[in-house]
Design a protein around this ligand. Structure first.
Ligand SMILES: C[S@@+](CC[C@H](N)C(=O)[O-])C[C@H]1O[C@@H](n2cnc3c(N)ncnc32)[C@H](O)[C@@H]1O
Length: 234
């Protein structure tokens, strides 16, 4: 109840008094304050309790997804949950297709030695049907339920499938590694893979998977503030 009141108030502040909100967030003078489309998306996400990432991280996601729009290829996200970040990708993607992968039944099996405090079944309150309804205004959004990468098996044989932007937000070592293994060879040159949680000590598996995977690749893993990291496919 208190949380809902707080969310409504912050969303109202973002929509009606963005310069005051920017000052409170110590973001005065940043370009995101002039991006009405982003502010509207963020306000709605806050009101709906779907702002799972910091506003700076949402802006990175949005700005990078917009930046690669002119490249060929599709967008994808692994780790959709209730569709909070996917909605930003929908608004950024233009005419391209967006592939969304999640169990839609919560976290798959967790390995405590690589995955910190996460529990199997966590995030189980994001169902596929509510995500489908939430994103219904955008065409070419494809939901792939099940544990990734098995859930991508139907796409694996499509030799024409290429990606310009992939968002990984899966928290776990194996899910991150599988995401990199599956998408890396399908990335367009200049395309972006961005992950959440690379910089967080309590989510060790994400950094471990990225560092291991890119050890023998030409791309550099670029850490971003606050917790994300990205690569640009060479
Ligand atoms: C932190 S939530 C994603 C939050 C979402 N990106 C947002 O910002 O609103 C993590 C999600 O990853 C999903 N997930 C983790 N590993 C997965 C895998 N191997 N296959 C499918 N979904 C997975 C979980 O089901 C969960 O919904």
């Amino acid at each position: 109840m208190l949380q809902r009141f707080r969310n409504d108030f912050v969303a109202w502040l973002i929509e009606r008094h963005p310069s005051l909100w920017l000052r409170l967030k110590k973001l005065t003078g940043h370009r995101l304050g002039e991006d009405r489309e982003f502010l509207t998306l963020h306000a709605r996400s806050v009101r709906e309790g779907k702002a799972l990432q910091r506003v700076q991280e949402r802006y990175n996601l949005w700005a990078l997804a917009c930046a690669v729009r002119s490249l060929p290829g599709d967008y994808a996200e692994v780790g959709v949950y209730r569709g909070g970040s996917a909605r930003f990708l929908c608004a950024a993607k233009g005419d391209a297709a967006l592939h969304l992968f999640d169990t839609f039944q919560g976290m798959p099996a967790v390995n405590p030695s690589t995955d910190g405090h996460f529990q199997e079944g966590e995030f189980a309150d994001g169902t596929m049907e509510t995500v489908r309804t939430y994103l219904a205004d955008w065409p070419k959004v494809h939901l792939h339920p099940g544990v990734f990468p098995q859930s991508a098996a139907g796409l694996s044989s499509d030799g024409n499938l290429r990606f310009k932007f992939v968002h990984l937000d899966v928290d776990l070592y194996l899910s991150t590694l599988h995401g990199l293994e599956w998408f890396y060879p399908r990335m367009e040159r200049g395309g972006v893979i961005i992950t959440h949680d690379y910089g967080l000590l309590e989510v060790p598996g994400v950094k471990q998977a990225f560092d291991e995977f890119f050890r023998d690749k030409p791309e550099i893993v670029i850490p971003l503030w606050y917790s994300q990291a990205m690569i640009v496919k060479l």
